[in-house]
Design a protein around this ligand. Structure first.
Ligand code: SER
Length: 323
């Protein structure tokens, strides 16, 4: 049985991953690590233990690891790409300093460590279409710099100290539970909220801006499956390309209009996000993940769109349209 600490457990991924891990490994075996100002609420608070764990504070991480006899850490603390550009020093402190704390504590206590990387670990000089697993990684953003550093440092700790570090490069993640906040791919979440609320969506990216995206249930499953994978089969560790769908604003807009025909979108470009998106791949090649740990996504754009609209209508108390 695993004893798991999730750091950043109230964030976009953490709030859902913590509940999924509790469902698999038992409520009392998964600790929700949060920072003041981002306290857990509702089921997340009530279903299991919670502790203040600031990733920049090694004593707090270490004390929690000892108190709960933790053997696996999910490190989900990060500033997303656009907000990181506004606060690069903090992005480094959390993304690299925080990861270093997790690696050292994992080395001392024999913990396995999951730290997500991202499509943001690639840059303008990377091949953009079907980006290979092993390729040029010269990102243009501080977010990407922290992610590449994290991949290298995690592989180093695996080789040098035998720490069981594993990772996937997440595409833009889409869910109806917790909003992302400060990312370049956030538009693909915001567009569903606007559509369900009956608002005109102001799209910050221009038509033709393709990026890889993924529905949250697939992303959560990837995070669990990579940590459960047979290590003897893993040729790579930090970090695996994973993919399920790639679209531009026009494609997702038209898909939503198949379900909500009156929905409208206008373009109001955000130069920073456009620049970041232009430097990222259009689509990733996830062959290695499929071969080394049987990765396979379940949701395509149609299945995700149906589920997002259904659940956002419930969440926002918007009635189903009359047939
Ligand atoms: N979703 C992230 C962002 O947009 C990319 O990993 O910053």
């Amino acid at each position: 049985m695993k004893n798991i600490l999730v750091i950043g457990a109230t964030g976009q991924i953490g709030s859902e991953l913590t509940m999924k891990l509790r469902g698999i490994y038992g409520n009392s075996n998964v600790v929700c690590g949060y920072i003041p100002g981002a306290e857990p609420h509702g089921a997340l608070l009530e279903s299991g233990p919670a502790e203040i764990v600031d990733i920049t504070n090694p004593e707090q991480i270490s004390a929690t690891v000892k108190k709960y006899n933790i053997d696996t850490i999910y490190n989900l603390a990060a500033l997303l790409s656009a907000v990181a550009e506004a606060r690069p020093q903090l992005a480094w402190k959390i993304g690299v300093g925080g990861l270093y704390n997790c690696l050292e504590i994992s080395r001392e206590h024999g913990c396995a460590l999951f730290t997500p990387s991202s499509i943001g670990s690639f840059g303008a000089s990377t091949p953009h279409v079907k980006t290979p697993q092993d390729t040029i990684q010269r990102p243009d953003t501080i977010y990407g710099v922290t992610k590449v550093t994290g991949e290298l440092l995690s592989d180093y700790y695996a080789r040098r100290f035998g720490v069981d570090t594993r990772s996937v490069r997440f595409p833009g993640l889409i869910s109806y539970t917790t909003l992302p906040g400060g990312g370049t791919t956030d538009y693909a979440v915001d567009i569903y909220y606007a559509a369900v609320k009956g608002e005109t969506f102001k799209c910050p990216l221009k038509p033709g801006t393709f990026m890889d995206m993924m529905y949250m249930p697939d992303a959560l499953r990837a995070a669990v499956e990579i940590m459960e994978a047979d290590p003897a089969r893993l040729i790579h560790r930090n970090s695996f390309n994973i993919a399920s769908m790639s679209f531009d604003p026009e494609i997702i807009y038209n898909k939503i209009r198949e379900h909500i025909p009156e929905f409208r979108m206008e373009y109001e470009l955000d130069p920073l996000r456009q620049k970041i998106a232009d430097s990222w791949p259009d689509s990733l090649d996830d062959t290695c993940a499929r071969q080394e740990w049987d990765w396979a996504p379940e949701y395509d754009l149609e299945a995700m769109t149906r589920d997002m609209i259904l659940n956002l209508r419930k969440k926002l108390l918007v009635p189903e349209p009359a047939l």
